[in-house]
Design a protein. Structure first.
Lengths: 284, 239, 307
């Protein structure tokens, strides 16, 4: 369980998150709704352990994150994944992008070998040398030999699996730059899923997407929940929250007005401001 | 870049009106000094650019203006300053560096570092902040984030390295002053580079051989450019 | 390894036992002298270097002593300045006045006369100042100044430049105006420059000979080698950097070098060095008659042939 207790954070004099408490269980989807500019992103940054709160505690499975030392905090941080509104892919192939979270967890020795492998795999021998070897029919055997020496270049199963969840496992070797916006965002989701985090945070993951890609991402969120991941989705789209969330928190002003099961929040909000926001009377 | 850059060089070596190994040795000294200096500059510049790009510290603007001034710093003045440093009268005098390749590397380092740092800085600050956040969100340490930034900025950094190399290899004033333009008596260069050899030929009025050496220098610079560009291409295909 | 250490010990003992004398000839048994493997830094003028003389004669010295000579061609002023800073071991230049000042200030020791050639005044074939056949260099310069014919000056504080300024002073002319061009360049460039604009210039004979085939200038006033005035003589001297001032100066090797280059073998090699069939330098360190003049400063003279 991930738990925020009485969390506050301000930029300058302005409190953006004020005295917020929230807990997320593994295997549930929590929707955070509210108008833009209300601090959803700040809340997610606090959850992702990017940001140290001014006050309050963040606990991950019982460990107080900001009381842990640097190494422990890195380990805790690595249990949490995040997908941004912007796909933010690296300028590399889809496979290399999705592998990234796995790579940084490996020892340096392994990472160096991996780098070498990827160089050997992706490059055909350059121009004149390669042509010369080609002429005597040695290029392919030679490269195959080098590859067998440095090891396999097949992406780990977790990578193909995560891409399968978003329906892109056929685009492993494509350059990330050449993807459409929807595909890029799905790769971004797979990238966060691939290293199997315990908690996954999504900040407006579909705000720039067409309905089809939105549907695919929402289905992937369901799959993540079924795998036992605790998901937090911040969205300005109430209907999305209604579709996918088990529980919903309504963020108005600088704290939650109400947190509860999705159905109850939408059918029978107990807070007056929540009711007005959901019915569309409260316009920000 | 399909052109094979080495082939046109070969006939030149044969036709040169110099002793055996002379041209080869000055090419070697040029490359050795410039490449070593550029490698050292790059190793120095990239961390500096990363620190400058992503952290705030007092005096940052001052460091920035020093780097920008350094880009336009006259090479002869650098040569003089390095001469004062490595001369027997200077602070490094005890190391006996005057008229050595090491002294030339020092002055080339001083010359190449400002452009490499400045262009690398522009390149790394141009990397989308979201990409840095993503690397961190995926469990990257500060070092991992720095490596991602370097990879994302690799074209800009390659440009920076090329600019530094161009400044180093085509530079004549400072290497002449601190290197002394020395060949051993058998005609093998000790501290003579292509540029100082050209200067020597011109001093003797041998403008045609100076032109030949100039052609070698141009071919060399183009070759190194081609290799670096190729490397950049290679980088884009994987990672 | 132990053996080598032992031998070095013996070598040191041998050096210590002969302290006060030169160590040459003693020292380790593995190499002929104690200087083997060391590097001599020689700063010299462009004229000795660019004519190829040093490249011709140095292999002999390097082989004999097992050493390396780094020759840095700088021009007389810069060569002496480099030595003054302790950055070279031995200096070979051609400006007696500057050499004497260097010696008097204690930076150099054991100066020896080495060799000589001469300067010539060269100019375009049509000779607008009409100096051809003049047997006085100062007369010729006065004529050039009066006709305001273009004159190219090295302007680089080299030995040749120093000589040129001395000549103007001797001629009683202060050169100036558009016709007098200081180009701040080496002799080869100066000759090319003069050639391009049909100008006069002062050149050492060696550089002129080595470049004659490529330029249209001709010798209008000869130096003493071809019977011209003595004032155009161009004597080269060699001197060691004083190890008392710069303790890192390689004095042993410098003295070995001076001893070698003023010895009969190297002096013959200098005399034999030719370019385009002409001798460039005339040895001066050896004489059948005792020549005490080389041990005293300029100006002290038992006869009147000084410059």
């Amino acid at each position: 369980m991930m738990r925020l207790r009485n969390l506050s954070h301000s930029y300058g004099d302005e409190a953006v998150v004020d005295d917020v408490s929230l807990s997320i269980d593994q295997g549930e989807v929590v929707g955070v709704i509210g108008p833009s500019g209300v601090g959803k992103t700040t809340l997610l940054r606090l959850l992702s352990l990017f940001l140290e709160p001014d006050a309050g505690t963040v606990e991950l499975d019982g460990d107080a994150v900001w009381e842990a030392d640097e190494d422990e905090r890195l380990a805790l941080r690595r249990q949490v994944g995040m997908v941004f509104q912007d796909a933010s892919l690296f300028d590399a192939t889809v496979a290399r992008n999705v592998e990234y979270g796995l790579r940084v967890r490996q020892p340096w020795r392994e990472r160096l070998r991996d780098q070498l492998r990827s160089l050997v795999a992706a490059r055909r021998l350059p121009g004149p040398v390669g042509r010369g070897l080609d002429a005597v029919g040695l290029r392919d055997p030679l490269q195959a030999r080098v590859r067998s020496l440095v090891g396999t270049t097949e992406p780990p199963e977790a990578v193909t699996d995560a891409l399968g969840v978003v329906g892109l496992d056929h685009k492993l070797d494509q350059q990330a730059r050449s993807l459409s916006g929807g595909e890029a965002q799905r790769v971004s989701f797979a990238r966060a899923l691939a290293y199997e985090p315990d908690y996954l945070l999504l900040d407006e993951p579909t705000s720039d997407l067409d309905p089809r890609n939105t549907g695919l991402i929402e289905a992937a969120i369901g799959e993540a929940r079924d795998r036992g991941i605790g998901v937090v989705v911040a969205t300005h789209d109430m209907h999305q929250a209604e579709r996918i969330a088990d529980r919903v928190g309504v963020l108005l002003g600088d704290g939650f007005t109400e947190i509860g099961p999705t159905e109850r929040i939408f059918e029978d909000p107990s807070d007056e401001r929540t009711r007005k926001f959901i019915s569309g009377e409260l316009v920000y | 870049m399909p052109l094979d850059p080495v082939a046109p060089l070969l006939p030149l070596f044969v036709e040169f009106p110099f002793r055996d190994g002379y041209v080869r040795s000055i090419v070697y000294v040029s490359l050795y000094v410039s490449c070593t200096a550029v490698v050292l500059s790059t190793l120095f510049s990239i961390p500096v650019a990363l620190v400058m790009g992503f952290t705030e510290f007092p005096g940052k603007q001052f460091v920035k203006s020093v780097i920008n001034t350094g880009m336009g710093f006259p090479s002869v003045v650098v040569g003089l300053l390095v001469l004062f440093a490595v001369s027997n009268q200077g602070p490094l005098g005890a190391m006996n560096l005057i008229f050595t390749k090491e002294a030339m590397i020092i002055s080339q380092f001083v010359l190449a570092t400002p452009p490499i740092t400045a262009i690398s800085l522009a390149a790394v600050t141009g990397v989308d902040e979201n990409v840095r956040e993503a690397a961190r969100a995926l469990g990257g340490t500060r070092l991992d984030v720095a490596l991602v930034v370097i990879k994302e900025a690799r074209y800009g950094i390659a440009t920076a390295v090329l600019a530094g190399f161009g400044r180093a290899i085509s530079e004549v004033g400072s290497v002449l002053i601190v290197g002394g333009n020395i060949t051993s008596a058998d005609g093998i260069s000790q501290t003579r580079t292509l540029t100082t050899a050209i200067q020597l030929e011109a001093r003797q009025g041998q403008y045609d051989t100076a032109m030949l050496l100039g052609a070698v220098l141009v071919v060399l610079v183009l070759t190194v450019n081609a290799i670096v560009v190729r490397f950049g291409d290679a980088g884009s295909m994987n990672r | 390894m132990q053996r080598r250490t032992f031998l070095q010990g013996v070598g040191l003992a041998a050096i210590a036992s002969t302290a006060g004398c030169t160590q040459l000839g003693s020292g380790e048994t593995e190499s002929s002298v104690g200087v083997a493997g060391e590097t001599l830094t020689l700063t010299t003028t462009t004229s000795t270097y660019d004519t190829g003389l040093l490249d011709e004669i140095h292999p002999d010295f390097e082989e004999m002593y097992g050493v390396t000579v780094d020759a840095v061609a700088q021009g007389t002023g810069a060569a002496l300045e480099t030595a003054r800073n302790g950055d070279s071991d031995v200096v070979m230049v051609h400006a007696r006045g500057l050499e004497d000042e260097f010696m008097r200030n204690g930076y150099g020791i054991n100066r020896r006369d080495l060799m000589f050639n001469d300067f010539v005044i060269v100019g375009p074939g049509d000779d607008p100042a009409g100096i051809q056949g003049t047997d006085s260099a100062t007369e010729a310069l006065r004529a050039i100044a009066e006709s305001e014919s273009t004159f190219v000056s090295r302007g680089d504080n080299s030995g040749t430049h120093t000589k040129e300024l001395n000549l103007w002073a001797a001629a009683g002319v202060e050169p100036g105006g558009d016709w007098y061009q200081e180009i701040g360049a080496g002799m080869g460039e100066a000759l090319n420059n003069a050639n391009q604009q049909d100008a006069y210039t002062l050149s050492d004979r060696g550089t002129f000979i080595s470049q004659r085939s490529e330029i249209d200038l001709t010798i209008l006033v000869q130096g003493p080698i071809e019977g011209g005035p003595e004032i155009l003589a161009n004597p080269y001297g060699i001197l060691a950097v004083n190890p008392g001032v710069h303790e890192n100066a390689n004095y042993d090797l410098a003295m070995a070098y001076i001893g070698w280059i003023t010895g009969p073998g190297a002096q013959d090699a200098i005399a034999d060095y030719e370019m385009n069939g002409e001798q460039l330098f005339y040895p001066r360190a050896l004489s059948e008659d005792p020549d005490f003049q080389q041990y005293v400063p300029e100006g002290w003279s038992s006869d009147s042939d000084s410059e």
